[in-house]
Design a protein around this ligand. Structure first.
Ligand SMILES: [Zn+2]
Length: 421
């Protein structure tokens, strides 16, 4: 049920209104209303601005009212990189990593992504869905209202399609908006490994069988490839993303995480919506991103969880003029978190982004990374009434607190989908 509602009493409304995407100095511009109000009609923002002006509107008189009680209201978070559907945690690998095994060593012995593939293939759809539903509830209780979600733990025709079909079901059955990405090229599955030309034969299978079915059933908007040491080469990445693009899927790339492969420049050349990770980018990659419409999506929780010291050079990217977004990279191997507030804390302390920059990167620029900045990511007339209300007086306290839950209310298209107590 969609509500008509007048929200007043916020200590700050971070509207994020204005030009998208945000680059350079404009990333800090949150466009804050101090004595403000938000009028919601039919699930959309009808008006936002000074309280006296909004309350004087004829259409604001007879609607239900909500007092934000001195809290901070901001656009619901947009999480532009998740691996939502998976069967189980990889806590056993977490322990091995702490004891000194590297992520790549674990991957070479059948752990890592292949471990999750094995578990997913033997899991029932009901179990996968139940796990994803629980995560989606946690997303909403952390203030997130839109997520991107990737396949990539199936790696055969049946299971890659099954993941995307489950995402479509979930998108209809619960309130969080799910934007689907086909990531059949996550890694080469076990059955194609250790044989000459195995990786190429898997790419053939992906292009000849998976991709056409994904497109025919309308199961994804984006196509992604993990282009890295131990995953796919630059040439294979080009083949897949280019073919996806010919079928109408916009490219995205897992780029420069473990090693520098040149995936970023490839992504920019192909007009990718985003290049994600970017721990190993060099100066020319930063320049390419700065001159492009490709978003640099940074995933600091992944580095944090793996105990790495090298984070993506956020300051250099922002100062060069690249479009920077933030995401959780929610996945069982390297980033088991759904919390955008935690990502903001990491962005501030580890990436040296300011609280304002981090919030803009997790809302309006993240919406741009999903090519949805015309619908979500800011509080502006005509956009969906997607809001998060935090139990703080000043927006800087959102990243300042960490490891505790400060989200008070989450709203999707005018409907309250989470409220504390
Ligand atoms: Zn990822």
């Amino acid at each position: 049920m969609t509500q008509n509602l007048l929200i007043t009493g916020a200590s700050q409304i971070l509207t994020l209104r204005g030009k998208t995407p945000r680059r350079g100095a404009s990333l800090s511009n949150l466009e804050i209303e101090k004595d403000g109000a938000i009028l919601i009609r039919n699930g959309q923002i009808a008006a936002v601005g000074r309280r006296s002006r909004i309350e004087a509107r004829a259409d604001a008189r007879r609607v239900e009212k909500l007092d934000a009680g001195g809290r901070v209201v901001l656009p619901g978070f947009v999480d532009p990189h998740t691996h939502l559907i998976h069967a189980a945690s990889r806590a056993e690998e977490y322990e091995l990593k702490i004891q000194g095994a590297s992520y790549e060593e674990i991957a070479r012995t059948g752990g890592g992504i292949l471990n999750s593939v094995k578990k997913l293939r033997s899991a029932t759809s009901a179990a996968l869905k139940a796990r994803a539903c629980a995560a989606l509830e946690e997303f909403s209780s952390s203030g997130t209202t839109t997520i991107e979600a990737k396949s990539g733990y199936g790696l055969d025709v049946t299971n890659e399609l099954r993941i995307l079909q489950l995402q479509r079901e979930l998108a209809k059955e619960q309130p969080i908006e799910i934007v689907s990405t086909f990531l059949g090229a996550h890694v080469v599955p076990l059955e194609f490994r250790g044989k000459p030309g195995g990786a190429e034969r898997y790419v053939d299978l992906l292009l000849e069988q998976m991709l056409p079915q994904v497109v025919n059933e309308g199961l994804a908007e984006f196509c992604d490839v993990f282009c890295d040491r131990g995953a796919f080469t630059r040439r294979q990445t080009w083949r897949i993303l280019n073919e996806g693009k010919l079928h109408g899927l916009t490219p995205r790339v897992h780029a420069e995480q473990l090693s520098r492969t040149g995936a970023t420049q490839l992504g920019v050349e192909l007009g990718a919506a985003s290049c994600d990770h970017l721990e190993q980018v060099n100066a020319s990659d930063i320049q390419s991103l700065a001159k492009s419409r490709t978003v640099a999506t940074l995933l600091p929780a992944c580095d944090y969880h793996l105990g790495w010291k090298q984070y993506a050079p956020a300051r250099k990217l922002i100062d060069a003029g690249a479009i920077v977004a933030l995401a959780t990279d929610y996945n069982p191997g390297t980033s088991p978190t759904v919390s955008m507030p935690m990502i903001l804390s990491l962005a501030c302390t580890q990436l040296r982004m300011t609280p304002a920059e981090a919030i803009a990167a997790a809302t309006i620029n993240a919406a741009y990374a999903l090519r949805r900045d015309h619908k979500v990511g800011s509080i502006e007339p005509g956009k969906q009434a997607d809001l998060a209300v935090f139990e703080v007086e000043d927006y800087r306290e959102i990243p300042y607190y960490f490891g505790i839950q400060r989200c008070w209310m989450t709203m999707k298209s005018g409907e309250i989908i989470y409220m504390r107590d």
